[in-house]
Design a protein around this ligand. Structure first.
Ligand code: NIG
Ligand code: FE
Length: 397
């Protein structure tokens, strides 16, 4: 399949714009990309001069869960803080109760609806975390349901075990006991059954301390599982620096990351994942240190953080816009954040850019310039999607 009459945003070193371009797709891979005049022979499909980007990558979501927390939105708007709702048994724990009592089928059915919103905006790879089960059975069920979404839709799913998301109430006075279950039981099963591709935790006053998370990371690393961290979201705990010492793929949220922390993650090659949806919904005031991250050359990714409590954001284009308006990213940085840098945050070297040898995950847009993707709100200019070398959406067939 030869896609011609394209403007390419290859996302190699910035937009990597290539006008009047063509892409040759074969066996699920990009075989060739370059000026249309030099294109090899192939069954040509005219793309009408439109813009092609890599398929978008949502590198941080909690897409699989049970229940609904709109009531907390109403509470927070009357001035009750997120941390207080959490301490009163709402927040993450409210979703844990609803998730435990949902069947696999119920979890899959609600997850597919959310997934469809993301796919409608050109997403071809998504990361999905557990963390709303907090017992062995429900955590493994969440991971299984998440991975199985791949069988239902044209998307790559990568899964993350987030057992250290919150302390379940049944372990209220037994923190160590809970962490021992995470480390000595569930993590071993996750590794044995290859149930997750990475391990995450929530390092925060209302969740787990740096030392507690580090003990989980040590076990994860010994099992060969890469780590990442919800860090510095509501306060500066030093979780990012600890994660970087363990070679973390990413540190996520990081509103309260300080200059020293930026230096540490720059040195470890850890990606900074910015989650403006949670910042927006929690009406936070402190934005992540974008200027310092930029100056230090830290790759910045952008994700929806799609979850039932702090970021019911089902639109990656909206996350890109918020990253620009709320955090000061350029539209180019926002697009890198959902392509090349998001791939890196997930440890994928085979996607996120348009280049020979990479997966043929591509999105075609009805916009004249790539800067138009992060600009409007509530407008979806997606024209077509190619996933794993096949046209799965749009008007090209
Ligand atoms: O990424 N920060 C911790 N975890 C989620 C929110 C979880 C929830 O409130 O359900 C987040 O924002
Ligand atoms: Fe999250």
């Amino acid at each position: 399949m030869l896609l011609t009459n394209l403007t390419l945003a290859t996302m190699t070193g910035g937009y990597g714009l290539m006008p009047n371009a063509a892409v040759l797709v074969e066996d699920g891979l990009i075989r060739w990309a370059g000026p249309a005049a030099d294109a090899p022979e192939g069954k040509a499909i005219d793309c009408g001069g439109r813009l092609m980007t890599p398929g978008l990558i949502d590198c941080h979501t909690h897409l699989v869960y049970g229940g609904n927390r709109a009531n907390e939105f109403e509470l927070r708007l009357t001035g009750v803080p997120y941390a207080e709702i959490a301490r009163a048994g709402g927040g993450i724990m409210a979703t844990v109760r609803a998730t435990r009592s949902s069947s696999d089928e119920e979890l899959a059915e609600s997850a597919l609806k959310r997934l469809d919103s993301l796919l409608a905006e050109g997403v071809t790879t998504i990361e999905i975390k557990s963390g709303y089960g907090l017992d062995r059975e429900t955590e493994l069920r969440m991971l299984k349901v998440a991975k199985a979404l791949e069988q239902e839709r044209p998307v790559s799913v990568t899964t993350t075990y987030l057992g250290a998301h919150a302390l379940p109430p049944e372990f209220k006075e037994k923190r160590e006991e809970y962490l021992n279950i995470v480390k000595n039981q569930v993590l071993l099963d996750v590794s044995r059954f290859r149930a997750a591709d990475a391990v995450d935790a929530f390092c925060e006053g209302i969740a787990f301390s740096v030392e507690e998370v580090e003990s989980v990371f040590e076990v994860a690393k010994s099992l060969g599982l890469p780590v990442k961290l919800h860090a510095e979201q509501l306060s500066n705990q030093g979780g990012s620096a600890m994660a970087a010492r363990h070679g973390a793929l990413s540190v996520d949220h990081i509103e309260y990351l300080d200059e020293a922390g930026v230096g540490v993650i720059a040195a470890s090659g850890t990606v900074a994942v910015l989650l403006p949806g949670a910042f927006y919904y929690l009406r936070e005031k402190q934005a992540p240190p974008v200027a310092a991250l930029r100056k230090a050359g830290v790759p910045m990714a952008v994700a929806t953080d799609l979850n039932p409590g702090t970021s019911p954001v089902h639109s990656i284009l909206t996350a890109m816009n918020m990253a620009c308006v709320l955090f000061g990213l350029t539209p180019e940085e926002a697009l890198l954040g959902v392509t090349a840098h998001a791939a890196r945050a997930l440890g994928f070297a085979d996607r996120g850019r348009i280049a020979p040898g990479l997966r043929a995950d591509l999105a075609l847009w009805d916009v004249p310039r790539p800067g138009d993707l992060a600009y409007p709100l509530g407008f979806n200019p997606l024209a077509a999607v190619i996933q794993n070398g096949r046209i799965v959406r749009g008007d090209l067939a």
